[in-house]
Design a binder for this molecule. Structure first.
Ligand code: IMP
Ligand code: MG
Length: 181
């Protein structure tokens, strides 16, 4: 395993990501004038996006984190979602923005969104950095999306393969031999 060397090609550069995150931040800032949104990051993949996005939002906001079971080393969704860490906040009457790294099958997010809705939030919107529509199994409404990506498994900028590669500053596609090791 060798971090940068395992990447076959860079899909989104640091500069591209930075520019797009700033745009989304501006859009959210305009949409939430006079409101104090609670940004909910779904661990762990979205932490890098969350950290950049929150600094490009210029209205008062709070942050919180939740963690659900992930795929582990497997690359496909099991459809089973388990809450490993719940929110610290009571979200009743709050304006929630769920911040995700990637919308893939939609199974994880549709579960999370339904659960948050049942807790009486004033509003819930979804902000995902990446959208992989070809893989969707359940439809999920996206309010803010950074980039639409093809059906390739991507890593970096928070996204992992077997918990590694999250610290790549760009988003890339791994060499096929990395999966067969
Ligand atoms: P979904 O339930 O299939 O939409 O799964 C979403 C989660 O799967 C994301 O939050 C990621 O953790 C993971 N995931 C889906 N596609 C990728 C990918 O291409 N690279 C890395 N992680 C992925
Ligand atoms: Mg993951």
């Amino acid at each position: 395993m060798e971090l940068h060397n395992d990447v076959e090609r860079i899909l989104l550069s640091e500069e591209q990501i930075k520019a797009r995150v700033a745009e989304i931040g501006r859009e959210i800032s305009l949409d939430y004038q006079g409101k104090k949104p609670l940004l909910v990051s779904v661990l762990k993949g979205s932490i890098v996006f969350m950290a950049d996005l929150m600094r490009s939002i210029n209205v008062d906001c709070e942050i919180d984190f939740m963690s659900v079971s992930s795929y582990g080393r497997s690359k496909t969704s099991s459809g089973v979602v388990r809450i490993l860490k719940d929110l610290d906040h009571d979200i009743t009457d709050k304006h929630i923005i769920v911040v995700e790294d990637i919308l893939d099958s939609g199974l994880t997010l549709s579960y999370i969104l339904e659960m948050l809705k049942s807790r009486g939030a004033a509003s819930i919107r979804l902000c995902t950095l990446l959208d992989k529509p070809e893989r969707r199994k359940v439809s999920v409404a996206v309010d803010y999306a950074g980039f639409t990506v093809p059906d390739d498994f991507v890593v970096g900028y928070g996204l992992d393969y077997g918990e590694y590669y999250r610290n790549l500053p760009y988003i890339g596609v791994l060499k096929p031999e990395v999966y067969t090791k």
